[in-house]
Write a protein that binds this ligand. Structure first.
Ligand SMILES: Cc1ncc(COP(=O)(O)O)c(C=O)c1O
Length: 394
Protein backbone atom coordinates (compact mmCIF):
# COMPACT_ATOMS: atom_id res chain seq x y z
CA UNK A 1 0.00 0.00 0.00
CA UNK A 2 1.25 3.48 -0.78
CA UNK A 3 2.65 5.34 2.22
CA UNK A 4 3.47 8.98 2.60
CA UNK A 5 6.85 10.34 3.60
CA UNK A 6 6.24 10.93 7.29
CA UNK A 7 8.90 13.65 7.37
CA UNK A 8 6.35 15.90 5.66
CA UNK A 9 4.23 15.66 8.79
CA UNK A 10 7.15 16.87 10.87
CA UNK A 11 7.62 20.30 9.33
CA UNK A 12 5.69 23.15 10.83
CA UNK A 13 3.03 24.80 8.67
CA UNK A 14 4.38 27.93 7.08
CA UNK A 15 2.57 29.67 9.80
CA UNK A 16 4.66 32.81 10.15
CA UNK A 17 4.08 34.63 6.87
CA UNK A 18 0.60 33.16 6.39
CA UNK A 19 -0.37 34.41 9.83
CA UNK A 20 1.10 37.86 9.19
CA UNK A 21 -0.86 38.09 5.92
CA UNK A 22 -4.05 37.01 7.65
CA UNK A 23 -3.61 39.53 10.49
CA UNK A 24 -2.98 42.25 7.91
CA UNK A 25 -6.13 41.33 5.99
CA UNK A 26 -8.23 41.35 9.17
CA UNK A 27 -6.80 44.68 10.25
CA UNK A 28 -7.51 46.32 6.89
CA UNK A 29 -11.05 44.88 6.89
CA UNK A 30 -11.77 46.27 10.35
CA UNK A 31 -9.93 49.59 9.89
CA UNK A 32 -10.98 50.73 6.44
CA UNK A 33 -9.30 54.14 6.68
CA UNK A 34 -6.08 53.02 8.31
CA UNK A 35 -2.87 53.78 6.44
CA UNK A 36 -1.09 50.48 7.08
CA UNK A 37 2.69 50.47 6.55
CA UNK A 38 4.24 47.09 5.85
CA UNK A 39 7.82 46.77 7.08
CA UNK A 40 7.64 42.98 7.07
CA UNK A 41 8.22 42.75 3.30
CA UNK A 42 10.96 40.23 2.52
CA UNK A 43 10.78 40.86 -1.19
CA UNK A 44 12.07 43.46 -3.62
CA UNK A 45 9.69 46.25 -4.62
CA UNK A 46 11.59 48.26 -7.26
CA UNK A 47 11.17 47.36 -10.94
CA UNK A 48 13.74 45.45 -13.02
CA UNK A 49 16.57 47.63 -14.30
CA UNK A 50 16.94 48.59 -18.01
CA UNK A 51 19.94 46.37 -18.84
CA UNK A 52 18.17 43.32 -17.41
CA UNK A 53 14.93 44.11 -19.27
CA UNK A 54 16.86 44.63 -22.50
CA UNK A 55 18.58 41.28 -21.98
CA UNK A 56 15.28 39.45 -21.65
CA UNK A 57 13.97 41.23 -24.76
CA UNK A 58 17.12 40.17 -26.65
CA UNK A 59 16.48 36.62 -25.49
CA UNK A 60 12.95 36.70 -26.91
CA UNK A 61 14.31 38.09 -30.19
CA UNK A 62 16.83 35.22 -30.31
CA UNK A 63 14.14 32.68 -29.61
CA UNK A 64 11.85 34.12 -32.28
CA UNK A 65 14.49 33.74 -34.94
CA UNK A 66 15.21 30.39 -36.60
CA UNK A 67 18.98 30.97 -36.69
CA UNK A 68 19.34 31.91 -33.03
CA UNK A 69 16.63 29.72 -31.51
CA UNK A 70 17.91 27.41 -28.79
CA UNK A 71 16.06 24.61 -27.00
CA UNK A 72 16.73 23.03 -23.61
CA UNK A 73 19.65 24.68 -21.82
CA UNK A 74 22.38 22.54 -20.25
CA UNK A 75 21.17 21.40 -16.82
CA UNK A 76 23.75 23.65 -15.14
CA UNK A 77 23.03 26.68 -17.36
CA UNK A 78 24.71 28.24 -20.37
CA UNK A 79 28.42 28.94 -20.65
CA UNK A 80 27.80 32.55 -21.78
CA UNK A 81 26.56 33.42 -18.28
CA UNK A 82 29.03 31.18 -16.44
CA UNK A 83 31.92 32.99 -18.15
CA UNK A 84 30.62 36.37 -16.95
CA UNK A 85 30.12 35.06 -13.39
CA UNK A 86 33.67 33.69 -13.31
CA UNK A 87 35.10 36.99 -14.48
CA UNK A 88 33.02 39.47 -12.53
CA UNK A 89 32.06 37.66 -9.33
CA UNK A 90 35.26 35.71 -8.74
CA UNK A 91 38.31 36.42 -10.92
CA UNK A 92 38.19 40.12 -10.06
CA UNK A 93 38.69 39.02 -6.43
CA UNK A 94 41.47 36.61 -7.38
CA UNK A 95 39.29 33.54 -6.90
CA UNK A 96 39.57 30.73 -9.42
CA UNK A 97 36.31 29.08 -10.35
CA UNK A 98 35.89 26.67 -13.28
CA UNK A 99 32.82 26.54 -15.47
CA UNK A 100 32.03 22.99 -14.37
CA UNK A 101 31.88 24.19 -10.74
CA UNK A 102 28.98 26.58 -11.48
CA UNK A 103 25.39 25.34 -11.45
CA UNK A 104 22.96 28.02 -12.60
CA UNK A 105 19.52 27.37 -11.24
CA UNK A 106 16.16 29.05 -10.89
CA UNK A 107 16.39 29.35 -7.13
CA UNK A 108 18.80 29.13 -4.25
CA UNK A 109 16.02 27.80 -2.08
CA UNK A 110 15.62 24.75 -4.29
CA UNK A 111 19.39 24.18 -4.61
CA UNK A 112 19.88 24.50 -0.84
CA UNK A 113 17.22 21.88 -0.37
CA UNK A 114 17.96 19.58 -3.32
CA UNK A 115 21.69 19.25 -2.69
CA UNK A 116 20.82 17.22 0.42
CA UNK A 117 19.72 14.41 -1.92
CA UNK A 118 23.33 13.47 -2.59
CA UNK A 119 23.97 12.71 1.10
CA UNK A 120 22.66 9.94 3.27
CA UNK A 121 19.54 10.77 5.25
CA UNK A 122 19.99 10.86 9.02
CA UNK A 123 23.13 13.02 8.86
CA UNK A 124 23.64 15.80 11.41
CA UNK A 125 23.55 19.43 10.33
CA UNK A 126 24.33 22.55 12.35
CA UNK A 127 22.02 25.50 11.72
CA UNK A 128 22.28 28.97 13.17
CA UNK A 129 19.38 30.17 15.31
CA UNK A 130 17.84 32.52 14.25
CA UNK A 131 18.06 32.00 10.50
CA UNK A 132 16.25 31.62 7.17
CA UNK A 133 13.80 28.77 7.91
CA UNK A 134 14.36 26.82 4.66
CA UNK A 135 17.52 25.14 6.04
CA UNK A 136 15.58 23.59 8.91
CA UNK A 137 12.58 22.48 6.86
CA UNK A 138 14.63 20.90 4.08
CA UNK A 139 16.63 18.90 6.61
CA UNK A 140 13.51 17.75 8.44
CA UNK A 141 12.16 16.53 5.10
CA UNK A 142 15.35 14.47 4.60
CA UNK A 143 15.06 12.96 8.09
CA UNK A 144 18.30 14.63 9.20
CA UNK A 145 19.26 15.60 12.74
CA UNK A 146 19.51 19.33 13.39
CA UNK A 147 21.64 20.99 16.04
CA UNK A 148 21.23 24.71 16.54
CA UNK A 149 24.01 27.18 17.25
CA UNK A 150 23.96 30.78 18.29
CA UNK A 151 27.65 31.51 18.23
CA UNK A 152 29.95 29.92 15.68
CA UNK A 153 32.93 29.93 18.05
CA UNK A 154 31.02 28.02 20.72
CA UNK A 155 30.02 25.54 18.05
CA UNK A 156 33.63 25.12 16.95
CA UNK A 157 34.75 24.56 20.59
CA UNK A 158 32.15 21.81 20.94
CA UNK A 159 33.41 20.16 17.76
CA UNK A 160 37.04 20.44 18.85
CA UNK A 161 36.28 19.02 22.27
CA UNK A 162 34.45 16.11 20.66
CA UNK A 163 31.20 17.13 22.30
CA UNK A 164 29.59 17.36 18.89
CA UNK A 165 30.04 15.74 15.51
CA UNK A 166 28.41 17.29 12.46
CA UNK A 167 28.24 16.55 8.73
CA UNK A 168 27.14 19.93 7.39
CA UNK A 169 27.43 23.43 8.82
CA UNK A 170 25.15 26.14 7.41
CA UNK A 171 26.43 29.69 7.41
CA UNK A 172 24.19 32.50 6.22
CA UNK A 173 26.27 35.66 5.87
CA UNK A 174 24.89 38.30 5.91
CA UNK A 175 22.33 36.53 8.01
CA UNK A 176 18.61 36.69 7.40
CA UNK A 177 17.11 37.95 9.76
CA UNK A 178 19.89 39.51 11.90
CA UNK A 179 22.02 41.03 9.13
CA UNK A 180 25.16 39.87 10.97
CA UNK A 181 28.21 38.86 8.95
CA UNK A 182 30.70 36.15 9.82
CA UNK A 183 34.25 37.40 10.27
CA UNK A 184 37.24 36.29 8.21
CA UNK A 185 38.95 35.03 11.39
CA UNK A 186 36.00 32.85 12.37
CA UNK A 187 35.69 31.49 8.85
CA UNK A 188 39.37 30.56 8.87
CA UNK A 189 38.85 28.62 12.11
CA UNK A 190 35.77 26.86 10.74
CA UNK A 191 37.41 25.90 7.45
CA UNK A 192 40.36 24.35 9.28
CA UNK A 193 37.96 22.47 11.51
CA UNK A 194 35.89 21.26 8.56
CA UNK A 195 39.00 19.67 7.06
CA UNK A 196 40.05 18.12 10.34
CA UNK A 197 36.62 16.79 11.33
CA UNK A 198 35.30 16.00 7.84
CA UNK A 199 32.25 18.17 7.56
CA UNK A 200 31.03 20.38 4.75
CA UNK A 201 30.16 24.06 4.92
CA UNK A 202 27.10 25.41 3.09
CA UNK A 203 27.71 29.14 2.69
CA UNK A 204 24.61 31.12 1.73
CA UNK A 205 25.58 34.50 0.28
CA UNK A 206 22.09 35.56 -0.86
CA UNK A 207 22.69 39.06 0.59
CA UNK A 208 26.38 39.56 -0.21
CA UNK A 209 25.57 42.53 -2.47
CA UNK A 210 24.13 44.36 0.56
CA UNK A 211 27.39 44.30 2.53
CA UNK A 212 28.59 47.82 3.35
CA UNK A 213 31.07 46.98 6.12
CA UNK A 214 34.69 47.16 4.94
CA UNK A 215 36.93 44.07 5.07
CA UNK A 216 33.96 41.71 5.07
CA UNK A 217 33.96 38.39 3.28
CA UNK A 218 31.67 38.33 0.24
CA UNK A 219 32.57 34.80 -0.87
CA UNK A 220 33.83 31.98 1.34
CA UNK A 221 36.40 31.22 -1.37
CA UNK A 222 38.27 34.35 -0.34
CA UNK A 223 39.65 32.11 2.41
CA UNK A 224 42.40 29.65 1.55
CA UNK A 225 41.29 26.06 1.70
CA UNK A 226 37.57 26.82 1.37
CA UNK A 227 37.37 25.08 -1.97
CA UNK A 228 38.16 21.80 -0.19
CA UNK A 229 35.13 21.96 2.07
CA UNK A 230 32.57 24.59 1.08
CA UNK A 231 29.61 24.91 -1.27
CA UNK A 232 28.47 28.47 -1.95
CA UNK A 233 24.95 29.60 -2.85
CA UNK A 234 24.22 32.91 -4.56
CA UNK A 235 20.86 34.27 -5.65
CA UNK A 236 19.84 37.04 -8.05
CA UNK A 237 16.53 37.45 -6.20
CA UNK A 238 17.46 40.31 -3.91
CA UNK A 239 20.68 41.28 -5.72
CA UNK A 240 19.09 41.96 -9.09
CA UNK A 241 15.43 42.29 -8.10
CA UNK A 242 14.81 38.95 -9.77
CA UNK A 243 12.23 37.38 -7.45
CA UNK A 244 9.53 37.29 -10.17
CA UNK A 245 11.90 36.05 -12.90
CA UNK A 246 14.07 33.62 -10.84
CA UNK A 247 17.79 32.88 -11.13
CA UNK A 248 20.57 31.79 -8.81
CA UNK A 249 23.77 29.79 -8.89
CA UNK A 250 25.58 27.31 -6.71
CA UNK A 251 29.32 26.67 -6.67
CA UNK A 252 30.29 23.07 -6.00
CA UNK A 253 34.11 22.90 -6.12
CA UNK A 254 35.42 20.02 -8.17
CA UNK A 255 37.93 18.87 -5.59
CA UNK A 256 35.59 18.08 -2.69
CA UNK A 257 35.70 14.33 -2.12
CA UNK A 258 33.46 12.36 0.25
CA UNK A 259 33.76 8.58 0.52
CA UNK A 260 36.14 8.61 -2.47
CA UNK A 261 33.47 10.33 -4.56
CA UNK A 262 33.59 13.79 -6.10
CA UNK A 263 30.47 15.57 -4.97
CA UNK A 264 30.62 17.93 -7.96
CA UNK A 265 29.99 14.88 -10.17
CA UNK A 266 27.11 13.79 -7.94
CA UNK A 267 25.53 17.25 -8.00
CA UNK A 268 25.80 17.25 -11.80
CA UNK A 269 24.17 13.84 -11.80
CA UNK A 270 21.39 15.17 -9.60
CA UNK A 271 20.86 18.17 -11.89
CA UNK A 272 20.90 16.02 -15.04
CA UNK A 273 18.36 13.69 -13.51
CA UNK A 274 15.95 16.08 -11.85
CA UNK A 275 16.31 19.41 -13.61
CA UNK A 276 16.21 20.61 -17.20
CA UNK A 277 18.15 23.81 -16.70
CA UNK A 278 17.32 27.45 -15.97
CA UNK A 279 15.19 29.57 -18.30
CA UNK A 280 17.19 31.01 -21.21
CA UNK A 281 15.22 34.28 -20.96
CA UNK A 282 16.01 34.59 -17.28
CA UNK A 283 19.70 33.83 -17.84
CA UNK A 284 19.90 36.32 -20.70
CA UNK A 285 18.57 39.16 -18.56
CA UNK A 286 21.39 38.68 -16.05
CA UNK A 287 23.89 37.99 -18.84
CA UNK A 288 23.17 41.41 -20.35
CA UNK A 289 23.64 43.11 -16.97
CA UNK A 290 27.08 41.49 -16.63
CA UNK A 291 28.10 41.87 -20.27
CA UNK A 292 27.26 45.60 -20.32
CA UNK A 293 28.74 46.11 -16.83
CA UNK A 294 25.59 47.85 -15.66
CA UNK A 295 26.10 46.91 -12.03
CA UNK A 296 25.47 50.53 -11.03
CA UNK A 297 21.81 49.97 -11.97
CA UNK A 298 21.30 47.16 -9.48
CA UNK A 299 23.47 48.86 -6.84
CA UNK A 300 21.24 51.95 -7.12
CA UNK A 301 18.25 49.82 -6.15
CA UNK A 302 20.20 48.06 -3.40
CA UNK A 303 21.36 51.48 -2.19
CA UNK A 304 17.75 52.63 -1.94
CA UNK A 305 16.81 49.63 0.22
CA UNK A 306 19.95 50.06 2.31
CA UNK A 307 19.17 53.72 2.94
CA UNK A 308 15.76 52.76 4.31
CA UNK A 309 17.35 50.03 6.40
CA UNK A 310 19.89 52.50 7.79
CA UNK A 311 17.09 54.93 8.74
CA UNK A 312 15.47 52.12 10.70
CA UNK A 313 18.78 51.01 12.24
CA UNK A 314 19.62 54.53 13.43
CA UNK A 315 16.13 55.01 14.82
CA UNK A 316 16.17 51.77 16.81
CA UNK A 317 19.74 52.47 17.94
CA UNK A 318 18.46 55.74 19.39
CA UNK A 319 15.90 53.65 21.29
CA UNK A 320 18.64 51.29 22.55
CA UNK A 321 16.98 48.35 20.87
CA UNK A 322 19.93 47.30 18.70
CA UNK A 323 22.54 44.77 19.74
CA UNK A 324 25.89 46.50 20.39
CA UNK A 325 27.66 44.16 17.92
CA UNK A 326 25.62 45.57 15.02
CA UNK A 327 27.29 48.71 13.71
CA UNK A 328 26.67 48.65 9.96
CA UNK A 329 23.89 47.76 7.60
CA UNK A 330 24.83 44.63 5.65
CA UNK A 331 21.42 43.36 4.60
CA UNK A 332 17.95 44.76 3.91
CA UNK A 333 17.00 43.76 7.48
CA UNK A 334 17.04 45.39 10.90
CA UNK A 335 16.88 43.02 13.86
CA UNK A 336 15.80 44.62 17.11
CA UNK A 337 15.31 43.60 20.71
CA UNK A 338 11.63 44.11 21.49
CA UNK A 339 10.90 47.08 23.78
CA UNK A 340 10.56 46.03 27.44
CA UNK A 341 11.51 42.53 26.37
CA UNK A 342 8.01 41.63 25.29
CA UNK A 343 7.30 38.50 23.26
CA UNK A 344 7.68 38.96 19.53
CA UNK A 345 4.03 38.26 18.66
CA UNK A 346 2.88 40.65 21.42
CA UNK A 347 5.05 43.36 19.87
CA UNK A 348 3.55 42.51 16.47
CA UNK A 349 0.01 43.22 17.76
CA UNK A 350 1.12 46.33 19.62
CA UNK A 351 2.64 47.76 16.42
CA UNK A 352 -0.32 46.78 14.31
CA UNK A 353 -3.05 48.00 16.63
CA UNK A 354 -1.39 51.17 17.96
CA UNK A 355 0.69 52.32 14.99
CA UNK A 356 -0.73 50.55 11.89
CA UNK A 357 2.69 49.04 11.18
CA UNK A 358 3.49 45.46 10.24
CA UNK A 359 6.81 43.74 10.97
CA UNK A 360 7.97 40.15 11.43
CA UNK A 361 8.05 38.44 14.84
CA UNK A 362 11.53 37.07 15.51
CA UNK A 363 10.25 33.75 16.80
CA UNK A 364 9.50 32.80 13.19
CA UNK A 365 13.25 32.48 12.57
CA UNK A 366 14.00 30.15 15.47
CA UNK A 367 13.73 29.82 19.24
CA UNK A 368 16.40 32.48 19.78
CA UNK A 369 14.29 34.92 17.78
CA UNK A 370 11.85 35.28 20.67
CA UNK A 371 11.98 38.82 22.15
CA UNK A 372 13.27 40.04 18.77
CA UNK A 373 11.65 41.57 15.72
CA UNK A 374 12.62 42.04 12.04
CA UNK A 375 11.96 45.14 9.95
CA UNK A 376 12.95 45.49 6.32
CA UNK A 377 14.05 48.33 4.07
CA UNK A 378 11.94 47.12 1.14
CA UNK A 379 9.13 49.66 1.56
CA UNK A 380 9.43 53.19 0.14
CA UNK A 381 11.57 55.84 1.83
CA UNK A 382 8.41 57.91 2.46
CA UNK A 383 6.68 55.05 4.25
CA UNK A 384 9.83 54.13 6.18
CA UNK A 385 10.12 57.71 7.47
CA UNK A 386 6.41 57.82 8.23
CA UNK A 387 6.67 54.57 10.22
CA UNK A 388 9.65 55.91 12.19
CA UNK A 389 7.71 59.06 13.04
CA UNK A 390 4.76 56.96 14.24
CA UNK A 391 7.01 54.80 16.40
CA UNK A 392 8.88 57.71 18.03
CA UNK A 393 7.25 57.06 21.40
CA UNK A 394 7.52 53.29 21.57
C1 LIG B 1 19.17 33.59 3.21
C2 LIG B 1 18.37 33.29 2.00
N1 LIG B 1 18.82 32.37 1.13
C3 LIG B 1 18.13 32.06 0.02
C4 LIG B 1 16.93 32.69 -0.27
C5 LIG B 1 16.13 32.28 -1.47
O1 LIG B 1 16.69 32.63 -2.66
P1 LIG B 1 15.91 32.32 -4.02
O2 LIG B 1 14.91 33.41 -4.22
O3 LIG B 1 16.99 32.32 -5.06
O4 LIG B 1 15.26 30.99 -3.90
C6 LIG B 1 16.43 33.66 0.60
C7 LIG B 1 15.15 34.33 0.32
O5 LIG B 1 14.60 35.09 1.06
C8 LIG B 1 17.17 33.97 1.77
O6 LIG B 1 16.73 34.87 2.66
Amino acid sequence: MIKINNNYLNIKDNYLFAKIAEEKRNYVKNNKNADLIDLSIGDVTLPLTPSICNGTINAITNLSNKDTFTGYPPSSGHDFLKEEIILKDYEKNNININKNEIFISDSSKSDISNVLDIFNSGITVAVQDPVYPAYVDSNILRGNNIVYYEDILNLSHDIENNKLSIDILYICSPNNPTGKVVSRENLEIIIKLAKQYNFLIFFDGAYEAFITQKNTIHSIYEINGAKDVAIEFRSFSKTAGYTPVRLSYTIVPDKIIINNTYINALFKRLKDTKYNGPSYISEYGIYNLYKENKFDEIYNNIGYYLENTKLLLDFFKSKNLIDKTITDVNSPYVWINTPNNIKSWDFFYELLNNYSIVGTPGIGFGKNGEYHFRFTGFNTKENTLKAIERMKNI
